[in-house]
Design a protein around this ligand. Structure first.
Ligand SMILES: [Zn+2]
Length: 583
């Protein structure tokens, strides 16, 4: 029977695809499903190609459904699978007062002035996970209201969207603050009309002296009408940069002077510093607390999940919420997450790329998501690490090795194995008695994935076979030492002559050498080599040969070079270019 007509099989695939989609934010991954189906139906191992075709068709069909539709189908047909899923998701501690809200709404709100890096992972993943955990809404809000100092750049809006997609964070709504200036103006006017904000013309230093002494500046006591006159003058270009600032009134007795009558909007000379999206259209721009504070309410945020460095901003914004008669969202302030080792600030990243110190935003030395992606760090590993850390308010320090260990657990199961011989040295094995067929499994525990096969045939009267082995292995190969060429046969070293090593065949069976604990080394038969460059995390390059089966690899595949490490394939052309992931 053609697989196409196997209804039972199709139903099995449909179930697997729906379950996969539900646990991957609505996008089933066809690649992950072949192995799963073969696990249930060993009889199909000879029909993998045909099977893949059917899986692709079913996956396309399932992915065209909305995430909500997928979830409904799964919950109705296989409720038992969902309990487990939920138990896993619930590993984050519950949100405070979640039951008071009809729908949980969270947000991630970056300034598009740089690419995202690991430092943002906590804000993104926690906010997104909580939205999903409560079937809520996750908002992406670009906070691009500083055209002068923290100047946004068009390319970063897109790279941020891509990073979120890569991280598996589905954005339900997107806003860009530079589209919303009329809204900020409207609420500023209302604050002013109601006597809760004023236009301050005082030089910074004079204002500072007054406010430290808990006293009002002369502008604070002006009438609403007088303030509105100043406000219109501000909008009309009657003040230049630094001559006027709108302040929101607070309690002047607040113990923190930096909270008292905080600045809310200022003048920016956009003729000189045009905004990348709206150019010189506006000269009055909101500062962080006004724009973010208003938006959080207007966008229906129920829970704000962010670093504790924002605590004072909450104190500031709460005064504005009181003026407007609004309730401040639930706020969770988590501690700093530090990653030891090279971890750069946004400005250093941008400067380094500009000056050519880094090859780009995805330079392997950087902690940007683009670099991590290029190196083969999976979003699942990042997500798992962040969820394990949770929302603790104490600072947490992690090392790159922590992240690698999460990633290794994922890659170990998913990556196929290949041979890579760094710094190749020639090894001639004599007295090979016959032709051998080397059958190298793509994955030691998953024979269903298949094998790489090489025929090893001795030549000439010496019955010689020539191989490439790594310099390191060659250097350790003293005369009379026995080693095993992995999955092939055992050899005993005879001698070295310059860059050439000679050895003799001893036996085929691994049992013969198991007790001797001999080294098993990777090898490539001469003629089966494929030039390969591995870009290391420090941006240095390790040159060598990959086995010829690697010619069939596709860019983005993450593989394991045995005894070398995991690597992500970047390019397959005249040579293989891979990025080193980790051991
Ligand atoms: Zn003033």
């Amino acid at each position: 029977m053609a697989l196409e007509n196997d209804i039972e099989l199709k139903e099995l695939i449909r179930k697997a695809a729906l379950l996969n989609a539900v646990s991957h934010d609505g996008n089933a991954q066809a690649g992950a499903m072949v192995g799963k189906i073969l696990g249930d139906r060993a009889d199909l191992r000879t029909k993998v190609k045909e099977l893949s075709g059917i899986i692709n068709a079913v996956v396309n069909e399932v992915n065209s459904l909305s995430a909500a539709e997928q979830k409904t189908i799964v919950e109705e047909n296989w409720p038992e699978t969902q309990k487990k899923e939920k138990a896993e998701e619930k590993r984050l501690s519950p949100l405070p007062n979640a039951d008071k809200y009809a729908q949980i709404v969270t947000r991630f709100s970056p300034n598009p002035d740089c690419v995202l890096h690991l430092g943002s992972a906590r804000a993104i993943i926690l906010s997104h996970e909580y939205a999903r955990m409560y079937n809520g809404k996750f908002i992406l809000r670009f906070e691009d209201t500083d055209p002068k100092i923290k100047r946004p750049s068009l390319v970063f809006y897109d790279s941020i969207r891509q990073d979120l997609k890569w991280l598996g964070c589905k954005v339900d709504e997107e806003y860009i603050q530079s589209d919303r200036l009329p809204i900020y103006y409207e609420y500023t006017e209302r604050l002013m009309r109601e006597g809760n904000a004023y236009v301050c013309e005082c030089p910074t230093e004079e204002f500072r002296k007054k406010i430290i002494a808990k006293g009002p500046c002369p502008c604070r006591i002006l009438s609403a009408t007088e303030n509105l006159v100043r406000w219109n003058r501000m909008l009309g270009g009657g003040y230049s940069e630094g001559q006027a600032v709108v302040r929101v009134k607070t309690d002047l007795e607040n113990p923190n002077p930096a909270v008292r009558d905080w600045p809310a909007l200022r003048v920016i000379d956009t003729k000189k510093y045009p905004h990348p999206r709206v150019g010189s259209k506006y000269i009055v721009w909101p500062l962080y607390n006004l724009a973010a504070g208003l938006d959080d309410h207007l966008m229906g945020m129920t829970h704000i999940i962010r670093g504790k460095e924002h605590f004072t901003n909450m104190v500031r914004q709460k005064y504005m919420y009181e003026h407007l008669g609004w309730k401040y969202p639930e706020a969770i302030h988590y501690g700093r997450l530090k990653i030891t080792g090279t971890f750069l600030s946004k400005s250093k990243i941008i400067q380094g790329v500009k000056e050519g110190i880094y090859t780009g935003f995805d330079d392997p030395r950087l902690g940007t998501f683009a670099a991590l992606r290029k190196r083969g760090i999976t979003p699942e590993a990042i997500k798992k690490m962040i969820i394990d850390v949770g929302t603790k308010s104490n600072d947490v320090t992690l090392s790159w090795e922590n992240l690698y260990s999460y990633n290794r657990k994922i890659l170990d199961a998913t990556s196929n194995r290949y041979f890579f011989v760094p710094e190749p040295v020639e090894l001639t094995v004599l007295q090979v008695p016959q032709t051998f067929l080397a059958k190298l499994p793509l994955h030691p525990e998953k024979p269903e994935r298949g094998f790489r096969e090489y025929t090893v045939t001795p030549e000439s009267a010496e019955k010689a076979v020539r191989f490439w082995i790594s310099r390191k292995d060659a250097e350790a190969l003293e005369p009379e030492k026995v080693i095993r060429l992995m999955e092939l046969f055992n050899v005993e070293a005879l001698g070295k002559k310059g860059n050439q090593i000679t050895a003799a065949f001893t036996s085929e069976s691994y049992e013969d050498v198991r007790k001797l604990k001999v080294q098993l080394i990777q090898w490539i038969q001469k003629g089966e080599e494929f030039p390969c460059q591995v870009v290391m995390p420090d941006a240095s390059i390790t040159e060598g040969f990959a086995e010829s089966a690697c010619k069939k690899l596709k860019p983005d595949a993450i593989i394991q070079f045995e005894r070398f490490g995991f690597a992500r394939i970047n390019e397959v052309n005249q040579k293989l270019i891979a990025y080193y992931t980790h051991k």
